[in-house]
Design a protein around this ligand. Structure first.
Ligand SMILES: [Zn+2]
Length: 146
C-alpha cells in the first residue's frame, strides 16, 4: 500500500487538494467569519453558520519562535530536546478580519516581520504509526510580497 497523506484533523483544511484552503465558518446573520469552524457565531451567538473556504493569503499579525518542545500531550509529535527544531508560530490575519493561529514555515526571526504577506501551505508534520504522513497547515512568507 502506498503512503498516504492524512490531515492532522478533519475539517481544518481541504485535503487532498491542488489548491488547499482553510475551512472556516461564516455567520449567515452577521457575516462574522471564524477559524476553526464554530457551531455558533462568536459575535452574535446564533447557530446559523455555514462552512466557507478562507483566502490563501493574509498578513502576519504577530509571531514568536517556539524554542523548546511544547508539552505532550496535547502536542502530538514525539520529540526530545535533541531532535526538536525551533519553529515559528503566530497569527495570520486573513481578509474579513479572520485571525488564524498557525505554525510558520520560517523560524529565523530576521526573516519575519509584522504585516508581511503570508501564504497557506500544507506540509508534513510527522509520520503516524501506520507510516503515513500526517499533514498540517502552516503559513510561509510570500517571496517579494508586500
Ligand atoms: Zn453572527
Amino acid at each position: 500500500m502506498g503512503k498516504k497523506q492524512v490531515p492532522i484533523q478533519e475539517g481544518l483544511f481541504t485535503w487532498p487538494s491542488e489548491d488547499p484552503r482553510l475551512i472556516g465558518s461564516r455567520c449567515r446573520n452577521c457575516g462574522k467569519v471564524s477559524f476553526p469552524t464554530q457551531k455558533s457565531c462568536p459575535a452574535c451567538c446564533l447557530q446559523d453558520v455555514e462552512n466557507v473556504e478562507l483566502a490563501k493569503r493574509g498578513t502576519l499579525w504577530t509571531w514568536t519562535i517556539q524554542g523548546f518542545p511544547p508539552k505532550a500531550p496535547p502536542y502530538a509529535k514525539q520529540e526530545t530536546p535533541r531532535t526538536f527544531v525551533p519553529y515559528g508560530v503566530g497569527y495570520v490575519e486573513l481578509p474579513k478580519g479572520v485571525r488564524v493561529e498557525t505554525r510558520l514555515t520560517e523560524n529565523d526571526p530576521d526573516k519575519l516581520r509584522i504585516g508581511m504577506e503570508m501564504e497557506l501551505v500544507i506540509e508534513k508534520f510527522m509520520e503516524d504509526d501506520a507510516g503515513d504522513d500526517v499533514m498540517i497547515f502552516a503559513f510561509k512568507p510570500v517571496e517579494g510580497g508586500a
